[in-house]
Write a protein that binds this ligand. Structure first.
Ligand SMILES: [Zn+2]
Length: 217
């Protein structure tokens, strides 16, 4: 798998849903599909990243047991949200991101891609814990001339990332209706263990989190 050198390459690499599926497949089964139930390597490939084992007939989706498990949003949205987040966690504002990436700093982009890849691999579905940063990001919907619902087709994505020293831990993403305290609290309840320290930045403060057992900073 090639590493995109900049934002444009990233977008070229992940243009369609199938591109994302193929990428997840290469991460999950670098040596080819293996049935998680019986270990067989014989399979039929179906659409939407689904595999059927030729021996035991169990169906496995490329997103099974990953952070994308049972997602109803296109993977493209998640990929772009994660890409954005990885860039942002490296000290670049969303606004400055395009500019920096446009310069094609290969080394930087390569580092980010490693983190991007690591986040994909660190899967599991348990709730995050410890110190968790929560953010929101508006992604998608670059359709000129198409006006209408939801901020020109953009999706508001809530992002939660475990912070482990200078390292980034697991991540959870979810589409939220709005940036209200209610939506964000729901997201936190669903994705983060109580007693965790939740760090939010620039959100209207709300006391609800402490009542639910979180430490809010
Ligand atoms: Zn099988």
């Amino acid at each position: 798998m090639e590493y995109p050198a900049d934002q444009m390459e990233f977008e070229k690499m992940f243009k369609t849903e199938q591109d994302c599926i193929d990428y997840l497949e290469s991460l999950r089964w670098p040596n080819g599909f293996e049935c998680p139930q019986c270990g067989s390597i014989r399979f039929w490939k179906k659409n939407k990243g689904r595999f059927e084992c030729s021996d035991c007939h169990k169906e496995t989706t490329v997103t099974n047991n990953t952070m994308f498990h049972k997602t109803t949003k296109p993977l493209l949205i998640w990929f772009h949200a994660i890409w954005w987040m990885v860039a942002q966690k490296n000290g670049v504002s969303a606004k400055g991101l395009q500019k920096v990436l446009g310069l094609g700093s290969y080394r930087t982009a390569w580092t980010w891609l490693h983190k991007f890849r690591r986040l994909m691999v660190l899967s599991g579905r348990n709730k995050l814990k410890g110190i968790v940063e929560v953010d929101e990001v508006l992604v998608g919907g670059k359709k000129p001339g198409k006006r209408g619902r939801g901020a020109e087709g953009k999706s508001l994505i809530a992002v939660a990332v475990e912070v482990k020293g200078r390292k980034t831990g697991r991540v959870r993403l979810e589409k939220i209706q709005d940036a209200s305290g209610k939506s964000l609290t729901e997201f936190i309840k669903k994705n983060i263990e109580p007693t965790s320290t939740v760090i939010t930045d620039g959100w209207p403060s709300y006391s609800g989190l402490e009542k639910l057992g979180y430490i809010h900073k």
